[in-house]
Write a protein that binds this ligand. Structure first.
Ligand code: SF4
Length: 451
């Protein structure tokens, strides 16, 4: 029999969205309290945990492949315990438990992380598979302070779950219904983050602007968070277009700490397709919202998500999406080809009938249009002065460039070609707000020199 306290080294691998990254920070905090140690290299671990995502195509195949390769590498002489966490744990629990080749030891869904120490012990002591994928109507982990990596930005989940049931999405099934933390609890955590030196917080939620705690809405929460001294910038992601009251936009416009960037998921630009997706807005309503946002916050940076090839989407209907993209001129867009997710309404009601070649052709067209728009939008910044928040350099090479982000969340690379530029850049520290002039732009990055 394996004793749990002999097996203390954990390697935690994370896939998927920012909420999953945040959940991994919660898991680290919960297990560190039980004296578990976290290692980066899975070869040194006694336990490998995979925090999984069920949103993207083939995600489960990647996870299955990784489990097989870990089992193969470790062999029988050096066995390892394997646990599956996250959305796949809820969505594919039966498959995971029944697949004998995977030999999963324990499974924990997104609302069961506080039970992980017990699940690990059960799997160790009794040598049996243990699992808990119960969805909670109350769990917000408001009493767990995440074990975060150092940096300038801290993610903080203010609400969890989703009530919207977009027909293509598994989140309502894998993460349950919406619930929010109290404003006091969130503000206390933000104060602690400021004291630790974080300069920016990003409020997180599946529908972050649907936040509601008793009589308090998202505008109230943002306002309270912005009063915390030491925090220079506040961001949020991801909102739903249905929850943008005027009061919130007016607060955004007036409050210098709230960054002028909204990630506004469009998903599709045709009314019939939007209705089939259950997005609860029409093309015109989305365009009117964009007009309203721009009227109140002219400098706003808008980004989006788009799905191409939803079941039965015709070429003409896809043209409506292109029309919205041309009209709105998003700063950038994440684009996905539709693919079925087990358990969703779309997977039950609508066969995935748009041929793969058609989806590819549509995403290529969309990508070309958006690439031009992004390039133009970025070029328009040349000559402008921006205040950027200096971040840790991308990559760990010693000659890595210093980087930062504008208020609108554009990545800025500091050029240090001339001796004068080098001398100025050398004074910047991670976490500084630095004034820079944009001198060049590509679709991916702005290049700047210190002012
Ligand atoms: S709003 Fe729609 S896409 Fe977003 S998490 Fe909820 S169901 Fe999924």
């Amino acid at each position: 029999m394996i004793q749990p306290f002999e097996r203390k080294k954990i390697c935690l691998l994370t896939w998927g969205c920012q909420m999953n990254e945040y959940d991994s920070e919660l898991v680290r905090s919960i297990l560190k309290k039980e004296d578990y140690e976290f290692v980066k290299d899975e070869r040194q671990a006694d336990i490998v945990m995979l925090n999984t995502c069920a949103i993207r195509e083939h995600a489960h195949r990647k996870v299955y492949g990784r489990v097989h390769s870990i089992r193969h590498e470790r062999g029988k002489r050096n066995p390892v315990m394997i646990g599956i966490l996250g959305c796949m744990a809820t969505n594919l629990r039966q498959d995971l438990l029944e697949d004998r080749s995977l030999k999963i030891d324990f499974i924990a869904g997104p609302d069961s992380y506080k039970r992980l120490p017990q699940l690990i012990r059960e799997a160790c002591d009794e040598g049996q598979k243990s699992y808990d994928v119960t969805l909670s109507e109350f769990e917000t982990y408001s009493d767990v302070y995440p074990s975060r990596k150092e940096g300038v930005n801290a993610w903080i989940a203010v609400m969890r779950g989703c009530n919207n049931f977009c027909t293509f999405c598994v989140v309502p099934y894998t993460r349950g219904r919406e619930r929010s933390r109290s404003p006091e609890n969130v503000v206390d955590e933000v104060k602690r983050l400021a004291a630790e030196g974080f300069k920016q917080v990003t409020l997180l939620g599946q529908n972050v602007n649907s936040y509601r705690y008793e009589d308090h809405d998202f505008a109230y929460l943002m306002d309270e968070v912005s009063k915390v001294e030491g925090i220079e910038r506040i961001r949020f992601t991801s909102p739903h277009p249905k929850d943008f009251p005027d009061r919130f936009l007016e607060l955004m416009a007036a409050n210098p700490k709230i960054c002028k960037h909204i990630h506004l998921p469009l998903q599709a630009g045709n009314d019939r397709v939007l209705d089939m997706m259950n997005r609860t807005y029409t093309k015109q309503e989305f365009l009117s919202l964009v007009d309203k946002i721009r009227a109140k916050i002219p400098e706003i940076v808008l980004t989006t998500d788009i799905i191409v090839g939803f079941p039965t989407e015709t070429d003409q209907e896809f043209d409506d999406t292109l029309e919205v993209v041309q009209k709105v001129q998003f700063d950038s867009a994440f684009m996905f080809k539709y693919s079925e997710r087990q358990g969703t309404i779309a997977s039950k009601k609508h066969p995935d009938d748009v041929p793969e070649a058609v989806k590819t052709e549509r995403i290529v067209r969309l990508n070309e249009i958006q690439k031009d728009i992004t390039a133009r939008k970025n070029q328009a910044h040349i000559g402008q002065v921006h205040e950027i928040l200096i971040e840790p350099p991308a990559g760990d090479k010693p000659d890595a460039h210093m980087v930062g982000r504008t208020d609108g969340n554009k990545l800025v690379l500091l050029k240090e070609d001339s001796p004068l530029e080098k001398r100025k850049v050398v004074f910047f520290k991670i976490g500084d707000m630095a004034k820079v002039r944009i001198i060049d732009a590509t679709p991916h990055v702005l290049k700047a020199i210190p002012v």
